[in-house]
Design a protein around this ligand. Structure first.
Ligand code: NDP
Length: 256
C-alpha cells in the first residue's frame, strides 16, 4: 500500500498555516479545525483584543498558534506577518485567504470610497497574502492556497453589492491563474464558494432567514464548521490532485 492510511490522512502535524480574518466567524472555525489537525496556525485580523481572545481559546485546547495583528490590505503589514510566521516556525504550507468584509447596498449607495475599501480588503488582500506566501511554498516545492470566495461571485448573491460580488469574482479568476502558475511547484490553489453561512458578519433578520432557508435544498443555513471542514479537506493529502477548482458549500442552492 503506497498511500496514507485513512486514519492518518487528516493528521497535518508539522504543517504551518496562515489564516486571515481569523478572530471570528469562518476564519476562526478554520483555524480551530486546522489546529486540531496538528497545524501550527498564524491568525491574522485587525482587532487585536478579539484576536487575543481567540488565541487564548485555541491555546486552552493545546494549539500552537500566534496572533498577527494585520490589515490584509496593507502590503507592509502582510509582508511582516509572513516574515513573523517564518521566523517562528521556519516554513509556510497553507494560506487561507478568508479576511473579507460583507457589504450590501444598491449601486447608487456604493461610492468609490466604499468600492475601494471592499476591493482592497477582499481582493487586494488575497493577492498580497498570496504574493508573499507563494515564494516560500515554491521553494518548499509544496503548498496550498485556499481562497474563500462566495456564491455572490457565481449568482450575484441576494444582498451583497456590486463591489462585494466583484471582489469575490476577482478572487475566483485569480484562483485559476494562480493555480496554473504555481502547479509546477506542487502548490495547489483552490477556492471555496460558501452560500449563506451563520456568522456575526452575515447576520439576517428573522424574516430574511426564513425566506433564505426555504430556498436552500438542505433547508438550513450553513455553519462555520461546514466551511472549515471543506478547507481542511483542501489542505489535506486527500486534495493532492485538485487545483484551480471551486468547491461549492451552499446546501444545494446553486448546483453546477
Ligand atoms: P466576519 O465578518 O464574521 O469575519 C470577517 C473576518 O475578516 C474578521 O476576522 C475580521 O476581523 C477580518 N477582516 C475584515 N477586514 C479585514 C482586514 N482589512 N484585514 C484583516 N482582517 C480583516 O465574516 P465571515 O466569517 O462571515 O466571512 C469570512 C469570509 O467568508 C469573508 O471573506 C466573506 O466574504 C466570506 N463569505 C461569508 C459568507 C457568510 O454567509 N458568512 C458567505 C460567502 C462568503 P477584523 O475586523 O478584526 O479585522
Amino acid at each position: 500500500m503506497n498511500r496514507l492510511p485513512v486514519k492518518e490522512i487528516l493528521d497535518l502535524s508539522g504543517k504551518v498555516a496562515m489564516v486571515t480574518g481569523a478572530n471570528r466567524g469562518l476564519g476562526k472555525a478554520i483555524a480551530e479545525v486546522f489546529a486540531e489537525a496538528g497545524v501550527s496556525v498564524g491568525l491574522l485580523a485587525r482587532n487585536e483584543d478579539q484576536l487575543e481572545r481567540t488565541i487564548d481559546q485555541l491555546r486552552d485546547h493545546g494549539a500552537q498558534c500566534m496572533a498577527l495583528t494585520t490589515d490584509v490590505g496593507e502590503e507592509s503589514q502582510v509582508k511582516k506577518a509572513v516574515e513573523d510566521i517564518v521566523k517562528k516556525w521556519g516554513r509556510l504550507d497553507i494560506l487561507v485567504n478568508n479576511a473579507g468584509q460583507i457589504s450590501p447596498g444598491p449601486l447608487d449607495t456604493i461610492d468609490s470610497s466604499i468600492w475601494n475599501r471592499i476591493i482592497q480588503t477582499n481582493l487586494t488582500g488575497a493577492y498580497l497574502c498570496s504574493r508573499y506566501a507563494a515564494p516560500l511554498m515554491q521553494r518548499q516545492k509544496q503548498g496550498r492556497i485556499i481562497n474563500i470566495s462566495s456564491i455572490s461571485a457565481q449568482t450575484g448573491g441576494v444582498s451583497g453589492g456590486v463591489h462585494y460580488s466583484a471582489s469575490k469574482g476577482g478572487m475566483l479568476a485569480m484562483n485559476k491563474t494562480l493555480a496554473r502558475d504555481l502547479a509546477p511547484y506542487n502548490v495547489n490553489v483552490n477556492a471555496i464558494a460558501p452560500g449563506q453561512i451563520e456568522t456575526s458578519g452575515a447576520r439576517l433578520s428573522s424574516d430574511a432567514r426564513i425566506e433564505i432557508e426555504q430556498m436552500i435544498p438542505l433547508n438550513r443555513l450553513g455553519k462555520a464548521e461546514d466551511i472549515a471542514y471543506a478547507a481542511l479537506f483542501l489542505a489535506s493529502p486527500m486534495a493532492e490532485y485538485i487545483t484551480g477548482a471551486t468547491l461549492d458549500v451552499n446546501g444545494g442552492i446553486l448546483k453546477r
